[in-house]
Design a protein around this ligand. Structure first.
Ligand code: ACM
Length: 533
């Protein structure tokens, strides 16, 4: 290559990087990073000098957004922003844009963040927090114009508090972390064979008798109604709804400890025996707490009216406690239940929830029940390349006119073990799961025969058979949750230069110092080029 060719090639690479809005861009002779995760819809780097943050920088505008920005800036830089009526950083809501959208304009003189609604302004602030970076003279925001709006309305993270219970403060920590990546739903998997974790006045024996233990004989726990209210309010303050799940008709062994008349005898299949042996657990026994990891052996009594009185009681009370529109009733892995009985249960339970004025949500198995309430949203947890007819079950919800939440287990089940990393997590969903595999899929290409509008959004679940502490949660969630954030928020793969693994890994790497300053104990995966300051 002669020098002229080499210069032309270098210019082409720089143009691609600048267009991609990826680190690095050259501004005013200096190299700056425009690394934002999830990738915005549009990033136009400026060429002028950056905005300089100092001890005199003042923020004007919306009080909640100012507080959120101050928190981020102080964590990252140690600087305390002043508040003033006409600060050089201006945060405001101007209605009119798409829901949750925002615009940032930063130049040497000022930074303006305008949200179409309070959530949009909050997301603009999160982006601005990611743009703050050090240079030789202190802290800057690069000159840039960003226009951004989410691809999907629903962007969720799920925490299983049944296999291991996690206290309110841990849940709040996850809310903060997820909101920073523009997630807007926290799905709490509140019940399973190992424990019932939410107090309900209508059925007090559930927490009195079925909440004390967890997987491996670890201590259990439960949320009081005040605890749940605190979680819901905290989530709302970060623009997140709570989607509570009471899993049934299977995953219900714990219910039998409190109300034995409602449950069937455990169905001990060869798979249940194998799982019990593999994970060193006992077989489930009627009336005894279950602390193993097998699934699919328990069931409510499908043909007993008392079951539907129970369903109406627990979902009725939960509906009154939950301002968000969704109630999740599980419906997964009813392996000891006939198809006919499963369909009957799904139809009656989804109707009870719909009659409460809520939108039922169920795992994809329920989509094959022909009489399911039409409004029921399906949650797909099959693989990126569907197996065993999981995609056909998911299409059942769409045929009814409802939408899907995409949670492909071999990509964004956050409890899957990493290829190199801590001895945490499981491997059953094609694991170990690399960060690249968590990233390398698109929500629109998993279930064929559906349209973009048939997808409500994306959710990354964290099951907690092996996850005991807040530190365990951080390790398993970060950095892979960033891949799910990008799948839920950013333009589709192939429609933006930013939506490539190479761009993503650079942008995630640039977030290392911010995550560290926020106390996030991420897994330092060797797939990511981590920036250290
Ligand atoms: C599931 O992973 N059983 C939804």
């Amino acid at each position: 290559m002669n020098p002229r060719q080499r210069r032309a090639a270098t210019a082409a690479v720089l143009a691609a990087l600048v267009l991609a809005g990826c680190a690095p861009a050259v501004q005013n002779g200096a190299t700056v990073s425009l690394a934002v995760v999830p990738a915005p819809a549009s990033v136009a780097p400026g060429t002028g000098a950056p905005f300089r943050l100092t001890g005199d920088t003042a923020v004007a505008g919306d009080a909640d957004a100012s507080a959120a920005l101050s928190l981020l800036i102080t964590a990252r830089t140690g600087l305390e922003l002043k508040t003033s009526d006409d600060g050089s950083t201006d945060l405001r809501v101007e209605s009119g844009g798409a829901p949750e959208s925002y615009r940032i304009v930063a130049d040497e003189a000022s930074v303006t963040v305008v949200g179409a609604d309070p959530a949009g302004l909050f997301y603009g602030v999160q982006t601005l927090g990611q743009l703050v970076q050090p240079d030789d003279d202190g802290w800057i925001v690069p000159a840039v114009e960003i226009e951004d709006a989410p691809r999907f309305a629903y962007r969720g993270v799920m925490l299983d508090v049944a296999r291991h219970f996690h206290p309110v403060d841990t849940v709040k920590g996850l809310i903060d972390r997820a909101a920073g990546l523009k997630f807007n739903a926290l799905h709490l998997h509140l019940t399973d064979d190992q424990g019932w974790r939410i107090h309900l006045d209508e059925r007090p024996r559930l927490t009195e008798l079925a909440s004390a233990t967890a997987v491996g004989g670890d201590p259990g726990g439960f949320y009081t109604k005040d605890d749940y209210r605190e979680i819901v309010e905290y989530a709302a303050s970060r623009h997140m709804i709570v989607v509570p799940e009471l899993d049934m008709p299977s995953h219900t062994h714990a219910i039998g400890l409190a109300y034995p008349e409602l449950v069937e005898e455990p169905v001990i299949s060869a798979q249940v025996r194998e799982d019990a042996e593999l994970f060193d657990g006992d077989l489930p026994e009627t009336g005894k707490p279950y602390d193993g990891m097998a699934v699919g052996f328990s069931s409510l009594r499908i043909h007993d009216e008392a079951t539907y009185d129970f369903v109406a009681d627990v979902f009725g009370e939960l509906a009154a406690m939950t301002p968000g529109p969704y109630l999740h009733f599980g419906g997964d892995e009813a392996l000891g239940t006939t198809d006919e009985d499963f369909a009957l249960f799904v139809s009656r339970t989804s109707a009870i929830i719909a009659d409460l004025g809520k939108t039922p949500v169920a795992w994809h198995e329920a989509g094959e029940a022909s009489e399911i309430a039409d409004s029921t949203v399906g949650q797909y947890w099959g693989y990126v390349q569907p197996t065993d007819g999981a995609d056909e079950k998911a299409r059942g919800f769409v045929r009814n006119g409802a939408q899907l939440i995409m949670s492909p287990a071999d990509a964004i089940y956050l409890d899957m073990n990493y290829p190199t990393g801590p001895d945490l997590g499981l491997t059953w969903a094609n694991g170990p799961t690399s960060v690249e595999r968590a990233y390398d899929w698109d929500p629109g290409s998993v279930v064929s025969g559906i349209e973009e509008d048939d997808i409500l959004g994306v959710e990354a679940p964290l099951w907690t058979e092996t996850i005991r502490t807040a530190a365990d949660i951080d390790t398993m969630v970060f950095p892979r949750i960033a891949a799910a954030a990008e799948a839920g928020w950013s333009p589709a793969t192939g429609t933006s230069d930013l939506r490539t693994w190479e761009s993503f890994r650079e942008r995630v790497g640039a977030l290392g110092p911010l995550w560290t300053s926020l106390g996030i104990g991420f897994h330092p995966s060797d797939e990511i080029p981590w920036v250290t300051e």
